[in-house]
Design a protein around this ligand. Structure first.
Ligand code: ADP
Ligand code: MG
Length: 335
C-alpha cells in the first residue's frame, strides 16, 4: 500500500517567539537515485550554504562506498574479491555492515543485505516484464544468507563465505546517509535541521520556537492522495516504504522491489510501513523487513521494542486497513 511523507508547514501554535535571527534555508541535490533535501535554520546564508555543502559531500562519499550501481564502489570491489578472503574495509563500510547484521538478527533474517543476486534477477524481470525462471532463483539463493558475511571487528575485515555473493545496501543506505549528513550539520553548529531522502528523514532539534518538525504521513489510493496521520518529531527519524515507485505488474500480480530472503521472491502483498525511531539508519533498515514479516509478525517484533513506533497500511482487494503500534498511537494525531 503506497505511503508517503511530507514536511508540513506550521500554521498555528508557536509555543515561544522564534530564536532571534535564525532563518530557514532549504537545499536539494540528487544523490543515491533520489533527491536529498536539507532544511535547516542558520543565522545567515553563507553559514547555511557552507554547512549544507559539507553535508552533501558526506553523502557523496558514502554513495561511492555503498552503491551497487558502480563496479568501482568499495562495496562492489569487496564483492569482486575471491570468496573466503578477508578484506580490509573502510570504517563506514564496516559500520553499515555491522548494523545490517544487527537488523538481520533482530528480524530473524527478514532484513538481509545478501539478497543482491535476487535483487538483480527481479530488476531484470522489471525491465523485461518477465518473471525470473525458478531455477535462476534457486541458483541465486545459494549466495544469499546473512550468516555468509563474516565480520572481524578487531581487524575491520569482511569475509564473504560463498561464491557469487552480491551485497545490496539499498534497504538501509539512504537512512544511514541522512543520519551522517545531519551529524555533519550539527558538527558545523547547525542543530535545527532535517535531512530527507524521499521516504527517509533524519530529524534534529526543532525549528526555533516550535516543539518539533511536523511530518504528515499520507496514503495513496484509488481516491487519490490523503493525509492520514501527523507526527511532531525532534531528534528522531521516520521512514516509510510503499510500493508506489518500484514494482512490476505481471499476470495481474504486483511484484514489489522488496525480496523475501528465504524464498528469493519479490513480495506480492500490498503493504506500506512507516517506522519512527531514534535514527534514520534504524527506520530505513527496519521498514524493509517489516514489510517482509507482514503485519502480524511485524507488530510482534515492534511491540517487543518499545522505542519503535510503527504504522502498517495494507490493501486487500479494495479494503485498506491501518494498524498502529502502541507507541505510534501515543505520538500521532489524525487529520
Ligand atoms: P526504497 O526507499 O527505495 O523503497 P527500501 O528502504 O524500501 O527502499 O529498500 C528497498 C531496497 O532494499 C531494494 O531496492 C533492494 O535494494 C533492497 N532489499 C530488497 N529486499 C531486501 C531485504 N529483504 N533485506 C534488505 N534489503 C532488501
Ligand atoms: Mg529501507
Amino acid at each position: 500500500m503506497p505511503l508517503f511523507l511530507v514536511l508540513l508547514a506550521f500554521t498555528a501554535c508557536r509555543i515561544a517567539p522564534p530564536t532571534a535571527a535564525l532563518q530557514r534555508f532549504e537545499f536539494t541535490e540528487p544523490h543515491m537515485g533520489t533527491l536529498f533535501n536539507i532544511t535547516l535554520f542558520a543565522p545567515d546564508a553563507a553559514t547555511a550554504e557552507r554547512a549544507a555543502k559539507l553535508a552533501f559531500a558526506r553523502i557523496t562519499k558514502l554513495d561511492r562506498v555503498m552503491t551497487d550501481y558502480d563496479d568501482a564502489s568499495e562495496l562492489m570491489r569487496l564483492c569482486a574479491q575471491p570468496y573466503g578472503t578477508p578484506v580490509r574495509v573502510s570504517d563506514d563500510l564496516f559500520d553499515i555492515l555491522q548494523t545490517s547484521r544487527r537488523f538481520s538478527e533482530m528480524t530473524g533474517g527478514a532484513f538481509d543485505i545478501t539478497v543482491g543476486p535476487c535483487v538483480q534477477l527481479w530488476r531484470r524481470a522489471r525491465r523485461q516484464r518477465q518473471l525470473p525462471a525458478p531455477e535462476k532463483i534457486t541458483t541465486a539463493l545459494a549466495a544469499v544468507g546473512w550468516r555468509k558475511v563474516q565480520l572481524d571487528a578487531h581487524h575491520k575485515t569482511v569475509t564473504l563465505l560463498a561464491p557469487e555473493m552480491r551485497l545490496d545496501l539499498g534497504g538501509i543506505a539512504k537512512g544511514y546517509a541522512a543520519d551522517k549528513a545531519l551529524a555533519v550539520l550539527k558538527k558545523n553548529g547547525i542543530s535545527r535541521a532535517l535531512v530527507a531522502a524521499s521516504g527517509d528523514i533524519a530529524i534534529g532539534e526543532p525549528p526555533p520556537g516550535q516543539p518539533g518538525w511536523r511530518i504528515g504521513i499520507g496514503s495513496i489510493d484509488a481516491a487519490g492522495n490523503s493525509l492520514t496521520k501527523t507526527v511532531l518529531l525532534h531528534n528522531a527519524a521516520v521512514s516509510t516504504s510503499g510500493d508506489t515507485e518500484q514494482f512490476v505488474e505481471l499476470g495481474g500480480v504486483r511484484y514489489s522491489h522488496i525480496i523475501n530472503p528465504l524464498t528469493g521472491r519479490a513480495l506480492t502483498n500490498r503493504i506500506g510501513v512507516t517506522v519512527i525511531a531514534k535514527t534514520a539508519t534504524t527506520t530505513d533498515g527496519l521498514e524493509t523487513p517489516l514489510s517482509v514479516l507482514g503485519v502480524e509478525r511485524g507488530m510482534q517484533l515492534v511491540e517487543a521494542h518499545p522505542e519503535l513506533a510503527v504504522l502498517f497500511v495494507t490493501l486487500e482487494g479494495n479494503r485498506k486497513t491501518m494498524l498502529a503500534s502502541s507507541r505510534f498511537r501515543k505520538i500521532s494525531t489524525s487529520d
